[in-house]
Design a protein around this ligand. Sequence first.
Ligand SMILES: [Zn+2]
Length: 269
Amino acid sequence: MRSNTVWDPSRQPDPWTAGGSSWLDPDEPPPFEVVNPLGTANALLVCDHASNRIPRRLGDLGLSSSQLSEHIAWDPGAAAVARGLAARLDATLILGGYSRLVIDLNRPLESPELIPTRSDGIEVPGNQDLDPLARAARIAALFQPYHQAIARRLDAHPQPSPRLLSLHSFTPVLAGQRRPWPIGLAHGRDPRLARRLRRTLVPQGDWLVGDNQPYAVEDAHDFTLPTHGEGRGIPHLMIEIRQDGLLTAASIAAWVERLALAYEGLGEG
Ligand SMILES: [Zn+2]
C-alpha cells in the first residue's frame, strides 16, 4: 500500500482560492458528473477519461476538431459503457467532465503526463511551457474536485468496503501493433477483484481477456486506483475495453450486459 498517497481532501488547496470558481464559466459543465447518486450497489464506478470537452478559456488547445475527437483526448465509448453499467447495477458513477489533454485525472500530480505536451506523437500547442500558476489552476479547477468527489462518495458509502471499478477504453492498434484483447482487466498490487471478475467474465464469451493488458495499474502512471482503491484497502480494478467493440449502441449494450452478468456472478462477498 502506498503510505504517502492516501487522498485527504482536507489537506488539498481549496480550489476556489486557487481560482477555480472563475476558471470555468458559469454556463460550462462542472468538473465532474455524478450519475445515480443514490445507487444501492456496493460499488462505485468511475470514468476518468469520459469527456473530450475543453474549457472555453483554453480554446481548442491548438488542435483540430478531428484530433480532439480521437483517443488522445478521451476514451471513446467508455462513458457510454459506464452509464449503462451504472443503470444496470444501480451503482453510483462519477465521470470526469473534461478532456485528459487539459489534465489527466488518472495521472499522479508529479507525472510529466499530467498535462501532456505530446500525446501519441501529436504535439499539444496549448500545453507548451505552462507556468506554475496555469498548472495550479487546472489542478484546482478540474483534478481536485473530481478526486474529492470520489473520496467523499467512498467516505459516505453506506456499506463497508465498496468495490471501486474504473472504466476505460483503448485503441485497437498502438505503434503499429494490433492489440488482441477485446477486454483487459488491470490491477496494481492487489489482483483479487480482477481475478474474481475474470472467472465470472470468461463464461460470458470465449475471449482473450487481457491480464494487466494492454495496461497494468502502476504508481508512476495511475492515480485513481492507487489512491482511492489501494490507498483505502478496498477491492478495485480497472476495466479496459477495446474501442472497436464500442462503435455502436448495440455493441455498447452488449458489453454492459456481459459486464453486469460478470459482476453479478461475484455475489455479495
Ligand atoms: Zn482511459
